[in-house]
Ligand binder design. Structure first.
Ligand code: NAP
Length: 309
């Protein structure tokens, strides 16, 4: 496993993160087995959120942590807040009151005293950085949260937050995969009169790279917005042919190649995987044992249906 330095104490964090959004139907024994598989291959970073299955995912992870007290110190534990799923509709809320309540709820469900990293999950248009700073300061001083990050935010939003926060934003979790590349498309098509030139993210990759903010790629194996996995999909015959060929050449699986493609970006990168299978966790780890050449990276990008000017 390859590691990056993460957070205020420069902790060694694995470049593969085990995401636990899909564990709501699993038993604690099955989740323990999944986490053990991750630890065996050097993955020491777990990602969850207050809203996953309305708290059930945190609850199950909390049961595992309680049943296995030595586990807590072996992992970097990250959760998220800021999305509210009410009975009538879902909305985003970065108010001080909601952030504080959400973290208390997460700590209770996770059955731990502290969270290593708390992410603001999706931008709240009405966010007030001073209020967020107050909430973060309170959480930090109470020893409840060590570091803070964001998710799905563009650079100007991160900058706006940074004006008020007494802590650095350590990570930005954004959607990115071989088959989900708007952040690259815009960069390749600067000033062109085509749709690929439309910049939807404000240059978030370049911004994070320049500022030492860890880029965490979520849904690392999906295309569209939760439309499905591109590996083995009839929608992506060329991409799969290239991934399979490179996998055979390098003695790893297509999963490892797809994740290595994400990690090849020259920033501080982590890929968040969401499998519920121990075998897939293990094959994912191999992504950090290989390095794609620049040409291989471009071949994968082009085989997913993209074109260069
Ligand atoms: N910040 C955000 O807004 C945000 C949004 C979404 C997700 N996330 C985070 O990102 C994590 C990963 O997201 P994700 O679960 O969408 O990631 P993913 O790894 O792209 O997708 C996981 C899904 O793909 C399936 N899968 C994996 N490899 C496969 C293969 N070779 N063939 C067929 N199916 C395969 C898995 O099934 P099996 O379980 O059967 O392997 C699972 O259902 C989440 O757990 C969460 O922590 C964050």
């Amino acid at each position: 496993m390859r590691y990056i330095e993460f957070g205020s104490d420069n902790r060694k964090a694995s470049e593969i993160i085990l995401g636990l959004m899909r564990i709501s139907k699993m038993t604690t024994a099955e989740v323990k087995n999944l986490i053990d598989a991750a630890l065996e291959v050097g993955i020491n970073f777990l990602d969850t959120a207050d809203i996953y299955a309305k708290g059930v995912c945190e609850e199950i992870l909390g049961d595992v942590l309680k049943e296995n007290p030595s586990l807590r110190d072996k992992v970097i534990l990250q959760t998220k807040c800021g999305i509210r799923i009410d009975d009538d509709f879902t909305w985003f809320d970065f108010s001080k009151e909601h952030i504080l309540n959400s973290v208390d709820g997460s700590l209770k469900r996770l059955k731990v005293n502290d969270i290593d990293c708390l992410l603001l999950h999706r931008p709240d248009a009405l966010m007030e950085p001073d209020e967020i700073a107050e909430a973060f300061t309170k959480l930090h001083e109470a020893g409840k949260v060590k570091d803070f990050g964001v998710s799905n935010m563009n650079p100007i939003m991160v900058e706006r937050l940074a004006t008020a926060l007494p802590f650095p934003i350590v990570t930005n979790q954004v959607q990115m995969s071989c088959a989900f590349t708007p952040m690259f498309n815009a960069g390749f098509n600067v000033n062109m009169e085509n749709d690929a030139a439309i910049m939807r993210d404000g240059g978030v990759l370049e911004y994070c790279q320049s500022n030492g903010i860890v880029i965490q790629a979520w849904s690392a194996l999906q295309y569209g917005y939760f439309e499905g996995v591109f590996l083995g999909s009839e929608k992506y015959p060329k991409l799969n042919a290239v991934l399979d060929r490179l996998a055979a050449e390098k003695g790893v699986t297509n999963t490892a190649i797809a994740l290595a493609w994400i990690l090849r970006y020259p920033g501080k990168m982590q890929a968040v995987i969401g499998t519920t299978k121990a075998s897939r966790v293990k094959e994912s780890a191999a992504a950090t044992e290989i390095e794609l050449s620049k040409k291989e990276w471009y071949e994968i990008y082009l085989s997913a249906g993209n074109i260069l000017p």
